[in-house]
Design a protein around this ligand. Structure first.
Ligand code: AMP
Length: 356
């Protein structure tokens, strides 16, 4: 791959906080960004040179967008294959489409990981209520029903405490094609953050232990505890195999449950990830900068920890209003995403603390 030099324009599909932080990292390296998103004033557009407002499925608009940029990436996963193909026909697109197609479908993703020797929790595909009842009989309760596509931050999920809850759960996922997954009694959760360069060279950051609240990431903590450290090598090896099999370029994040039997694969994302936000101040090179370097064909930076301990906390909904108290701590790095409207359950910002 011929390097895309600083001064070029990076196209970002998606306009949320991930795109915003990508654009800020790109700007530091001398790139311009052009954001494509359907929203009126998305957070990423505020810090980018250009913005095109367009629908996710507008192939003509995506093709035009592709002609205005030097390289394309995405920070949003739920875009269909055909519009993405229209974009990829006009500009090199990284990570590759196959990474996105596999990661956006929970059934495909689990099959892919099993093919590489990884282990997800016990699961079965579910296409109707009778299928859900059969899957519950096979897997047992408690279990979690998750839509195959378009789920995030616990959306498109329903927990099932006992078999009598099948109909309610099926209604909760709006009868969408789903998978039923055994409920895992995990010791901890963690993620592997990996960046693969165009030359195949791969770097992995120190592993964060992730704590969730209502199925949404609350905190990432480094170094991770003993339960994670015991199983992380196996997860790292799997992540490398996944990235190589996909010929991935850019960040790939894999989420795991740490259990006494080893790491169980939960899901993966072919993009910068919330559990990597700590890398902005907590690592020598952030996930955002290395993603930019990878998609532009540049060498990757050091992923080492920048302190002895790092903690990132998400600011959800009205928690962002505590910014005066956060700033009163001189060691706190505050990030606010510039989202106009505070909504319950909406990621509004995050705060990172690094202990030297
Ligand atoms: P997901 O969107 O699949 O990453 O789920 C969000 C969060 O819900 C996870 O990080 C876990 O905290 C919880 N969760 C999801 N699936 C399971 C499961 N099978 N067993 C236990 N907890 C789960």
């Amino acid at each position: 791959m011929k390097p895309v030099p600083p001064g070029s324009t990076i196209g970002i599909v998606g306009g949320g906080q991930l795109g915003r932080m990508l654009a800020m990292a790109a700007a530091r390296l001398g790139y311009k960004c052009h954001v494509y998103a359907p929203d009126e004033a998305p957070p990423a557009a505020e810090v980018s040179a250009h913005f095109t407002r367009g629908a996710w499925d507008d192939e003509a608009a995506l093709a035009r967008f592709g002609r205005s940029i030097d390289v394309a990436t995405y920070e949003f996963e739920n875009i269909a294959a055909a519009p993405l193909a229209a974009l990829a026909a006009e500009a090199p697109l990284y990570p590759p489409r196959r990474s996105l197609e596999i990661a956006q479908d929970r059934l495909e993703e689990k099959g892919f990981i099993q093919g590489l020797g990884g282990r997800p929790p016990a699961f079965q595909p579910v296409d109707d209520l009778a299928g859900l009842e059969a899957a519950l009989a096979a897997i047992g309760a408690p279990a979690v029903l998750k839509t195959r596509r378009f789920g995030y931050d616990g959306k498109g999920q329903a927990r099932i405490a006992d078999p009598s809850g099948a109909a309610e759960a099926w209604a909760a996922v709006r009868a969408a094609p789903s998978i039923l997954e055994a409920f895992v009694d995990f010791e901890a959760e963690f993620s592997i953050l990996l960046c693969r360069g165009a030359d195949g060279r791969t770097v992995i950051w120190p592993v964060p232990e992730n704590r969730h609240r209502q199925a949404m990431l609350d905190r990432s903590i480094l170094p991770a505890g003993e339960a994670v450290r015991r199983v992380q090598a196996e997860a790292e090896a799997l992540a490398r195999r996944a990235a190589d099999a996909l010929e991935h370029v850019g960040i790939l994040a894999l989420e795991f449950f740490a259990t006494a039997e080893g790491p169980l694969f939960n899901e993966m994302a072919p993009r910068v990830h919330n559990s990597g936000h700590w890398t902005i101040e907590g690592a020598v090179t952030s996930q955002f900068e290395n993603h930019v370097r990878a998609i532009c064909g540049l060498p990757l930076g050091d992923t080492g920890l920048a302190g002895s301990r790092v903690e990132m906390t998400n600011l959800i909904g009205s928690e962002a209003e505590t910014w005066p108290e956060i700033l009163a701590d001189p060691a706190a790095h505050l990030h606010l995403y510039g989202k106009g409207e505070t909504r319950e359950g909406r990621k509004m910002g995050h705060v990172t603390r690094v202990w030297r």
